[in-house]
Design a binder for this molecule. Structure first.
Ligand code: SIN
Ligand code: MN
Length: 268
């Protein structure tokens, strides 16, 4: 990531990098995803209507292609640049937003989940989403409020209609949402940005950036992978017992520093 990108990330809370993955890389990931659809793994989540998958969580824990993705230089390199130290994977998920049926994500910040649910001490944690389909205004892109990360972590109560437990944290009725007055004030200041682009595009975003996404009523799927890297120095300290922590597919237990992949072998 060059200086301009890093400055843009600091200023706006996100930065877009085109061409982070090749067609071959994407095809091999999509092939794996097609397999996941036929298999039951922990961390697979359905949409509310129950007719299609919403997300696959923790794929790097059971699939070597996704594990390789976490260590590609174009992913691991910028994560270390942004956080200025070595990192590990806290979360990896494939959000599918399937044609005609992909549901919305309400306005929220991500870090509040990692803080309240996983005891991650600070916001020295960053996500990158990588588009596996072309993302347009039609198939449910993420909306960002630029500069909203500057407000820090907005304390919110649990939404009363959200499902109990970790399921609420990944549903269309999210546990911790940002209220409409706050969103309106933030948009007045920072405006809105729609994260669209060609497949293979990577978008880095800050843990406190306020974001949301509308349903996908189009005939085109909007599949993307989100990797969340945490700084080694930001590893949770005194831990609640493992059985009471969120499952490993939402709260990574392997907190050793990742090593850069030297040679791509699986990803096309
Ligand atoms: C997210 O907020 O983590 C994902 C939103 C989306 O996939 O549209
Ligand atoms: Mn989010």
């Amino acid at each position: 990531m060059n200086e301009t990108d890093l400055k843009s990330f600091d200023l706006n809370g996100f930065v877009v990098q085109e061409g982070a993955l090749t067609e071959a890389n994407i095809d091999s990931l999509l092939e794996r995803i097609a397999q996941f659809e036929k298999t039951e793994y922990p961390g697979h989540v359905l949409e509310k209507h129950g007719n299609s998958y919403r997300a696959f969580h923790g794929c790097h824990l059971y699939d070597a292609h996704f594990e390789e993705l976490t260590r590609l230089p174009q992913m691991l390199g910028p994560a270390e640049q942004i956080l200025k130290e070595q990192v590990y994977i806290h979360q990896l998920k494939v959000n599918l937003k399937q044609a005609f049926s992909g549901e919305m994500w309400p306005w929220h910040q991500d870090y509040i989940y990692w803080k309240k649910e996983d005891q991650i001490p600070t916001d020295a944690i960053v996500s990158v989403m990588i588009f596996l389909d072309d993302v347009t205004e039609f198939n449910g892109p993420l909306f960002f409020i630029p500069k909203s990360q500057n407000l820090g972590c907005i304390d919110t109560n649990k939404a009363p209609d959200s499902p109990e437990g970790w399921e609420g944290n990944v549903s269309a009725t999210l546990t911790y949402q940002v209220d409409e007055d706050t969103v309106s004030a933030l948009v007045k200041d920072g405006g809105l940005f729609s994260a669209t682009g060609k497949k293979g595009t990577a978008v880095w975003f800050h843990g406190n950036l306020v974001h949301a996404s509308p349903p996908n009523i189009s005939p085109n799927a909007r599949r993307l992978v989100i990797l969340t890297y945490n700084a080694i120095s930001n590893t949770p300290g005194a831990q609640i017992p493992s059985a009471k922590q969120r499952p490993e597919f939402l709260n990574g237990r392997d907190r050793a520093a990742l090593n850069m992949l030297e040679r791509v072998s699986l990803l096309g």
